[in-house]
Design a protein around this ligand. Structure first.
Ligand code: ADP
Length: 434
């Protein structure tokens, strides 16, 4: 390139000097020859300048694709300055691109859905959570009107109301619930935030059910007690009647007491840390205790089958909790098995080194459809029988909790008319020889 420039300059010079000498009749005119040389030189420089400007423009049109032309003089300085500006702009653009990338990655990492809408309710951008929440495709659905894709009437009304002070909760077709918040930004654009609140709603529903159940359970004996108090206050009762009413009052207050005790047990189980895995105690001592209690409760109405030999085992955990679990299972067996029925407690070492403690009876059994719900709080198959025998509907829920806290599980097998078997499966790391 430099060679080309130098050649062009030499050519112009040669023409400027030689041409006037060869023109007939003008060689002796010094003034004319000088003027002609000057004109040719100016023309040459003009052509050279034009060529340089063209080269510069051609490069400026595609500065990224083409290498900068090598031009001399002020053009070299100009190109150097432009290149510096372009480099700076390129660096700024790259920095901004990285910032935007970071920003989008942060929004992408959010557990909430984020979706941007333009003034025409078209989707401009969405993160993958929003795509999941609304069942949208993160690329294919861009620039689609959101109301064509998310047609829930409550959502459409909310979007078009332009009143976004409150958030909206909508149930999804798959049973989940979404909390939606809309905000205006820019010129007519909107930001839609979505949050999966299914778990929160479920917990809230459980809390409401629980409060309703507890109130219901307490209201019944309380109403009975109030009635008895009024009877005693208003009616002149014989000694025998008085004793009978007092006994009924004792039963009702006992019922409330059991309910409060079970509720406190559940609250304690939920609030306390996981039982230690190194607090060992003798299983045989515990079995002696629960056998005596079950026989006392049955008062000779049932036949019992206990493990023949001493187990010689120690279990790790909270012994009072395991005591409570076994007592609950044995007391259920006594309460639901008719007189003369048979109740057995058996132990079995599991293949993985764990231990299974089973309480079996030949009572009425439980229909298969009830089995999955049996450990829910206040779930009863036969409510009147449960209450008549002092049940609170919380026993199996407590047993399941205790098992899970110790890393084990409660297994329930039952058949109507044949009886039931409730097994506590104890993990291997909490069983050893005493
Ligand atoms: P409850 O205090 O009502 O006995 P539980 O949680 O201990 O509450 O038991 C839940 C329900 O399971 C009981 O109401 C009863 O219908 C059924 N059930 C529990 N154990 C037995 C059993 N051994 N035989 C038959 N039904 C049982």
């Amino acid at each position: 390139m430099r060679g080309l420039q130098a050649g062009l300059a030499l050519l112009i010079l040669a023409l400027a000097v030689l041409l006037p000498l060869h023109l007939p009749g003008v060689a002796d005119s010094a003034w004319l020859s000088t003027s002609l040389a000057a004109a040719i030189t100016a023309l040459g420089w003009g052509l050279l300048g034009t060529w340089r400007v063209r080269a510069l423009l051609a490069w400026l049109r595609q500065p990224r694709e083409r290498a900068a032309p090598v031009l001399g003089g002020a053009f070299a300085e100009l190109i150097y300055r432009i290149e510096r500006l372009l480099d700076g702009a390129r660096r700024d653009a790259e920095r901004e691109r990285l910032r935007l990338q970071n920003f989008l990655s942060a929004i992408e990492a959010s557990p909430n859905g984020v979706l941007l809408l333009d003034a025409n309710e078209q989707i401009v951008w969405l993160n993958s959570q929003a795509a999941d929440h609304f069942g949208l495709h993160p690329e294919r659905d861009l620039m689609q009107r959101i109301t064509n894709l998310v047609r829930h009437p409550d959502f459409v009304r909310y979007l078009q109301s332009n009143q976004y002070q409150q958030m909206l909760t909508v149930p999804l077709h798959d049973g989940r619930s979404l909390a939606l918040t809309l905000r205006h930004y820019g010129e007519g654009a909107r930001l839609l935030l979505s949050q999966d609140v299914s778990e929160r709603e479920r917990t809230e529903a459980m809390r409401r059910d629980f409060v309703a159940n507890v109130s219901h359970e307490i209201r019944t004996p309380l109403a009975a007690l109030t009635g008895f108090v009024e009877t005693m206050a208003t009616l002149p009762l014989q000694e025998g009647e008085r004793a009978r009413v007092l006994e009924l009052m004792r039963q009702q207050s006992q019922r409330m007491q059991s309910l409060v005790d079970d509720l406190l047990t559940l609250a304690r189980l939920e609030g306390s840390p996981r039982p230690p895995a190194d607090a060992w105690w003798s299983l045989d001592d515990l079995l002696d205790l629960v056998q005596a209690e079950a026989q006392g409760l049955s008062a000779g109405r049932h036949e019992f089958v206990w493990p023949q030999a001493r187990t010689g085992l120690a279990l790790a955990g909270v012994d009072s909790e395991v005591h409570s679990a076994l007592t609950n299972l044995l007391s259920n067996a006594v309460r639901y098995t008719p007189p003369q029925g048979c109740i057995s407690l058996s132990l079995e070492r599991l293949e993985d080194g764990g231990l299974q403690l089973s309480v079996q009876d030949n009572g009425p059994g439980i229909a298969a459809e009830h089995l999955p719900r049996l450990t829910e709080r206040f779930y009863r198959v036969d409510g009147s029988r449960s209450r008549a025998t002092g049940g609170t509907g919380l026993g199996l829920s407590i047993v399941k909790h205790i098992c899970q806290r110790h890393g084990g599980q409660l297994r329930i097998e039952s058949e109507v008319g044949r009886g039931s078997r409730f097994s506590l499966c104890w993990p291997a790391n909490r069983v050893r020889s005493a």
